[in-house]
Write a protein that binds this ligand. Structure first.
Ligand code: NAP
Length: 240
């Protein structure tokens, strides 16, 4: 639902530059053009975008892949033509029921409806937004939301990792894995990690270019010690 009541005054300009697509495909379908600024509902925040993150999810939606997801993305073309999800910027305006943010606040989060961040302005639900820590740049903050939340959800909510436990993180050098290592530590756990371009610590076979064939995410021990939770950030799966 679109609300016409916006507590703060927005700038008079009604259009903005955005990266949009009219059909599914590779990066050639993306076009920089002028479109209408997003309208916000009563629980939304209009963010003036200072930086946007890029995730595998943005690439998947651009291509409409996998096909089974098209009822969610849009059957013949994306329902939301503007790409980009993760965003950091300054609050421009807030909807009538927003209580946590005011115009001028520095924030980061995930835009609404599977897109909207690769633009000058993005609409974000209040609940999908957090204050930007002052020690992070906008670029750093925009790199956090999706990958950071997947890692947090996997280890804290689903894996229920506890202090003293040992976590195996398969794909630790990637977007999700780098957050998972830090989150495991902040939960008081220790982690063992794998990635592609070195020896696999479980089977000690060089995995450069070929990947590791030992299926480390299924391992129940590393070097004889039990693993409490295994997160495969290579294929985004969790085993506990
Ligand atoms: N990022 C997100 O927001 C997000 C959200 C939901 C789901 N996902 C899914 O979660 C998975 C991981 O995402 P990501 O963003 O963390 O990906 P990423 O940044 O590309 O990281 C992939 C990790 O897997 C390792 N790896 C790749 N091929 C390997 C191989 N053959 N053998 C061993 N290790 C290998 C990489 O090691 P090297 O660095 O050595 O190549 C890297 O550590 C993907 O399936 C993605 O689609 C991602």
């Amino acid at each position: 639902m679109i609300s016409t009541e916006i507590r703060a005054t927005t700038t008079r300009r009604t259009t903005m530059k955005a990266v949009v697509q009219d059909t599914y495909g590779s990066s050639e379908v993306l076009d920089l053009r002028d479109i209408a600024k997003p309208e916000i509902g009563e629980g939304d925040v209009l963010v003036r975008v200072r930086a946007a993150g890029v995730n595998p999810g943005d690439w998947a939606i651009m291509g409409g892949l996998p096909f089974i997801a098209r009822p969610v993305y849009g059957l013949r073309k994306p329902k939301n033509p503007v790409r980009g999800t993760d965003v950091a910027g300054q609050v421009e305006a807030v909807g009538t029921s927003v209580t946590r943010f005011r115009p001028g606040d520095e924030v980061f989060g995930s835009s609404k409806h599977l897109g909207g961040a690769f633009a000058e302005y993005a609409a974000v639900s209040e609940g999908a937004l957090a204050p930007k820590p002052t020690n992070l740049t906008f670029e750093q903050a925009a790199a956090v939301p999706m990958a950071g939340y997947v890692a947090l959800q996997a280890l804290r909510d689903h894996g229920k990792v506890k202090a003293g436990e040992r976590v195996l993180i398969n794909g630790a050098s990637g977007g999700i894995g780098t957050f998972a290592v830090q989150i495991a530590k902040s939960l008081g756990a220790s982690s063992s990690t794998t990635w592609r371009t070195t020896h696999c610590p479980t089977c000690d076979v060089p995995s450069l270019h070929g990947g590791c064939s030992c299926r480390t995410a299924g391992a129940s021990t590393i070097g004889g010690s039990p693993v409490g939770v295994a997160l495969s950030a290579r294929r985004c799966r969790l085993r506990s």
